[in-house]
Design a protein around this ligand. Structure first.
Ligand code: SF4
Ligand code: F3S
Ligand code: FES
Length: 254
């Protein structure tokens, strides 16, 4: 099927008619589909090559079918709420330009995998957040509260800089083949979240967290598939962070 009719350029930006092929699910069913049944639906959208997938989804929702459901908030790659599977790969809809997707072909949009679908592109994030809570993602200290800020050298700060960038979008965890097949695995994001505190020189709870990650649901489930690193829209070296946690466990040193 030809999905795009390329029309004359508008200024410097090419105008397109793009086909979005969206995997839909309605928990209440529709006239043609049973409750909870998933099915593909196509929409033609007038857009520009520099528009984002999020813009195209908005055009569907606002102009064609108000029942289309998806999450988004900031629209600028900060809040992490619009991770979805676009052309078979986890991405943020607000950071993905149509021109980077070969818009001459239908663009497939599906919910992220491994989490229960609630409606259309919205999944239940609670299992993901539950794993994050397990690793106690907060500074743990002993002794009296200080009267001034806790100091840290630039070198010590650099040890966990990469993992501070996480926006909790779940693109990593929901691209991990171990997470898809093993509901017990914490998943890469929880390990990234733990890494951010384990290697923070101000924190004193690192061995509590490492003990949690040494559990059968923890880091040893990782098979170094690297899907998580490839999916991360923040460019975090997720697999490297996981390997640093594994090394701390085997060496006994942080
Ligand atoms: Fe998203 Fe990257 Fe954080 Fe995973 S590590 S939740 S992909 S920002
Ligand atoms: Fe999964 Fe990433 Fe490990 S994709 S197997 S957590 S390297
Ligand atoms: Fe906030 Fe995309 S809408 S990251």
């Amino acid at each position: 099927m030809t999905a795009v009719a390329e029309s004359p350029a508008v200024g410097e930006v090419t105008a397109l008619t793009v086909t979005l092929k969206i995997l839909r699910t309605n928990p209440e069913g529709t006239a043609d589909h049973a409750a909870g049944e998933s099915y593909w639906e196509e929409f033609q959208v007038e857009a520009h090559a520099t528009d984002r997938v999020l813009d195209a989804l908005h055009k569907v929702k606002w102009d064609q079918d108000g029942s289309l459901s998806f999450r988004r908030s900031c629209a600028h790659g900060v809040c992490g709420s619009d991770a979805m599977r676009i052309n078979g790969r986890n991405r943020l809809a607000c950071k993905t330009l149509l021109k980077d997707l070969n818009p001459a072909r239908p663009i497939t949009v599906e919910p992220i995998k491994g989490l229960p679908v609630e409606k259309d592109l919205i999944v239940d994030m609670e299992p993901f957040f539950a794993s994050y809570r397990e690793i106690m993602p907060f500074l743990m200290t002993t002794g009296a509260a200080p009267t001034r800020e806790r100091l840290q050298s630039p070198e010590d700060r650099a040890r966990f800089d990469d993992t501070t960038k996480c926006i909790m979008c779940a693109a990593c965890t929901s691209s991990c083949p171990v997470f898809w097949t093993d509901g017990q695995y914490f998943g890469p994001q929880a390990i990234v979240g733990a890494h951010r505190f384990i290697f923070d020189s101000r924190d004193e709870g690192q061995w509590d967290r490492l003990e949690i990650l040494n559990d059968k649901a923890g880091v040893w489930k990782c098979r170094t598939a690297f899907n998580c690193t490839e999916a991360c829209p923040r460019g975090i070296e997720v697999t490297k962070a996981i390997s640093e946690v594994k090394r701390a466990l085997t060496s006994g040193e942080v």
